[in-house]
Design a protein around this ligand. Structure first.
Ligand code: NAD
Ligand code: TYD
Length: 341
């Protein structure tokens, strides 16, 4: 099978490529990525020479370039990870989110129809369901929870989900959609909570916690997410949505304290800063459908996953130090009012 993975130079896409090359020896993997600030070609250096792998630098909104790649590679399956993915950036400027996350997805779906792709998988997020109250722990997102978005990011992701369902119904494109909770693990871009806190703690920099740190996220180790998508590609039913999550809800402040503890850094580094606008209170995934229908289970506990993640950031300083020296500085200054150096 030839699997075309978009956004494969980013966090989850790269981990998915490694997963496929490791577990699916008969598959070819084609990566398409435009290398935005979040894409990093060095992440893929270990697979660049692999005969089963090929990389194309292209923008998913560029219809001509995408058509040429589909024409040449004739993928059987497309997995769309390519996206603008950071909520805070979407609040600063939504436009790139609408372009890539909605229009780009439609270009990929058109090409999938034109070149007879048998499965188009849209990687979505639990954020399309909005948020849950903090005082009703029994409530969780199921696949039938209404879409109720809070940020330009989540609105753009929900739009792509609706488009994918429309392409299934109207054109018969073989679509599946997965909605996953927050991922963590190797190659996570330093702007996101867990890597930001690890890196700042290592550099003895303040740890900026929004509001009171009471917001809850449901964390999943990235490899568990990759295994779930691989399973959906092979066994999932067309036209269906699958929620992915590992029943691991944590308050932000507890995660930051845990990271301080693991790195032997004082909690006095924690700085409570202005809250995010429209900040979602709590996410919690009910993964019953994928567990019962496809037999998926998360395998990595949070204690194990967070230790592996911290270890990875300790052992791969040059990966994140290169990022910190680039455009990221301007963003950090705009967000947090000071340099990250
Ligand atoms: P990321 O920001 O780390 O990576 C995104 C990748 O997409 C980058 O390599 C970037 O260069 C590429 N890209 C962006 N715009 C592009 C364009 N126009 N054309 C081609 N490539 C482009 O994101 P991530 O955290 O790996 O997320 C991947 C996907 O998973 C996204 O669709 C996101 O919405 C979804 N998701 C993420 C999480 C999470 O916790 N990170 C959770 C659920 C769902
Ligand atoms: P983030 O990693 O941006 O993921 P998402 O917004 O998609 O859930 O943020 C996770 C949580 O951490 C979210 O509640 C916002 C909070 N947060 C902070 O408190 N401080 C920070 O510097 C960042 C980036 C996030």
């Amino acid at each position: 099978m030839t699997i075309l993975v978009t956004g494969g130079a980013g966090f989850i896409g790269s981990n998915f490529i490694f997963y496929l090359l490791r577990h699916r020896p008969d598959d070819r993997v084609i990566c398409v990525d435009s290398l935005t600030y979040a894409g990093n070609l060095s992440t893929l250096s270990s697979v660049m020479q692999d005969q089963r792998f090929r990389f194309y630098r292209a923008d998913i909104c560029d219809r001509e370039a995408i058509g040429e790649i589909f024409q040449k590679e004739r993928p059987d399956v497309v997995v769309n990870f390519a996206a603008e993915s950071h909520v805070d950036r979407s609040i600063l400027d939504p436009s790139a989110f609408l372009r890539t996350n909605i229009f780009g997805a439609s270009v990929l779906m058109d090409a999938s129809l034109q070149y007879g792709v048998s499965r188009y998988h849209q990687v979505s997020t639990d954020e399309v369901y909005g948020d849950l109250p903090l005082d009703k722990p029994e409530l969780m997102f199921t696949e039938t929870t209404p879409l109720r978005t809070s940020s330009p990011y989540s609105a753009s992701k929900a739009s792509a989900d609706l488009l994918a369902q429309a392409y299934f119904r109207t054109y018969g494109l073989g679509v599946t959609i997965s909605r996953c909770s927050n991922n963590y693990g190797p190659y996570h871009f330093p702007e996101k909570l867990i890597p930001l806190m690890i890196i700042n703690a290592l550099n003895d920099r303040p740890l900026p916690v929004y509001g009171k740190g009471e917001n809850v996220r449901d964390w999943l180790y990235v490899e568990d997410h990759c295994a779930a998508i691989d399973l959906i590609l092979r066994k999932g039913r067309e036209g269906e949505v699958y929620n992915i999550g590992g029943h691991n809800e944590r308050k932000n402040i507890d995660i930051v304290r845990l990271i301080c503890g693991e790195l032997n850094k004082p909690e006095s580094l924690i700085e409570f800063v202005d809250d995010r606008k429209g900040h979602d209170l709590r996410y919690a995934i009910d993964p019953h459908k994928i567990e019962t229908e496809l037999g998926w289970r998360s395998k990595v506990s949070f204690d194990e996953g967070i230790r592996k993640t911290i270890q990875w950031y300790l052992e791969n300083r040059s990966w994140w130090q290169t990022i910190l020296s680039g455009e990221y500085q301007d963003y950090y200054r705009m967000m947090y009012g000071k340099s990250d150096e």
